[in-house]
Design a protein around this ligand. Sequence first.
Ligand code: PLP
Length: 409
Amino acid sequence: TLDFHPTGRHFLQIPGPSPVPDRILRAMSLPTIDHRGPEFGALGLQVLKGIREIFKTQHPVVIYPASGTGAWEAALANTLSPGDHVLMYETGHFATLWSKMAARLGISAEFLAWQGQDEHLPNAPSWRRGVQADLIEERLRKDPEHRIKAVCVVHNETSTGVTSDIAAVRRAIDAAKHPALLMVDTISGLASADYRHDEWGVDVTVSGSQKGLMLPPGISFNALSPKALEASKSAKLPRSFFAWDEIVEMNHNGYWPYTPSTNLLYGLVEAMEMLQSEGLDQVFARHQRWAAGVRAAVNAWGLPIQCADPALYSPVLTGVILPAGVDADALRQLIYQRFDLSLGAGLGKLKGRMFRIGHLGDSNDLTLMATLSGCEMGMKLAGIALKSSGVQAAMDYFAGHPAGSALKA
Ligand code: PLP
C-alpha cells in the first residue's frame, strides 16, 4: 500500500525526468498559439538560435516532439542505410538499448566492451567504466575498407553514473584516419555536464528535454554537423517524421513541417534564459559540487559507487551499489512509501543491485540533504549496515565548500 503524503513536494530524485523549476512551469502555462502564425515564427527562431548555444554549435539543431528515443532513431535513420555496420560501446543499459534499436532498424551494430576484472570488488556488477577510446581506435584501424559507417557512444550513461571522454573518441577516430560519423547520446548530460558539439567534432548529438534542461519530457534534439547533413543526402533508411531535410528547411523561418510542442518550447526559452544568466560553466560547476557532496555521503556509508573511475564520475547522478543479497528495488519502494522520495532503479544487468541518486534539475543543497536523509533512513530501516552517517558527511561537504569554490579550486 502507498502511504498518502498530502503536503510538501514529492522528491523526484531520479536522473530524469528532473524536478521542473516553477519559473518553467509558469512559462509553459501561457496560452498555446497558432503554430503557423507570425508570433510562432519569432518563438521558433529564438529557440533554434538559443539551443545552438547550449550544444555549443554553429550548425542546425533539429527539435522533435518526441522523447529521447525518437531522437536516437532520427540520428540513425537520417545517416545510415540498411545493412550498414556501426560501432557502439557497451557503457550500460542505454548504450545497450541504442544498439538494440540499431538492430531493429536493420543496421549491424558491433558492441565493444571493457574486458577487465574488478580486482577491488570481486562481486561487483558490470558497467562501471566509460568508453575506452583506444579500443575504438584499434577496431577502426582494422577496417581499411571503411565498412564502419558510424561510431555511437553515450556521453553520460544514465544507468551507471559514468561519463565518457568524447574528445578522446574523436581523437581515436582521427588517429585511425577513419571517415566514420561520430554520434553521441548526451540525453542526460546536456546542460549539466560540459558538452561541446563542434569542438569535439561530433556529427550527431542526441539529447532530450527532461534532464539538464529541467523541462518535462516531450521534446528531443539532434545537433548536426555539415558531414552528417551530407551523409543524410545518400542515406537510404526510411524516414519521414524524423527526416532532417524538411525540418531544417522550414526551421529557417522558425516553423516546423508539423505541429511542434508549443508549450514545451515556451519552457525551453525560459530554461535557456535561466542557464545562460547563470552561465554554463557555473551550471556545470554546480552539478559537480552536488555530485561531490552526494559521493561524500556514499563514501561515508561505506558503499561502493557504481562508477569505478573517479575521473569519470557523473555530475548528474550517482549510482550506489548495495551489499550482495540486498534487494535495491525493495529498498527504493520502502523509501518511496515512507518518505515520498523517488530514486532511480538499477536497470538491465544492474536490476536490484544498485540505486541511483539524481542531482540535477530544480535542486539545491537542502533538497539534496533531504534526499540523502531519505536514503539513510531507508537503508537503516532495511537493516543495511552503514559505516557512518552519509548525511553528516554531506552536510560537512556542503557547509565546507560554498557554491563557487569548486570553480576557483
Ligand atoms: N539515453 C539516455 C542516456 C537516457 O538517459 C535516456 C532516458 O533516460 C534515453 C536514452 C531514452 O530517452 P527517453 O526515455 O526520453 O526516450
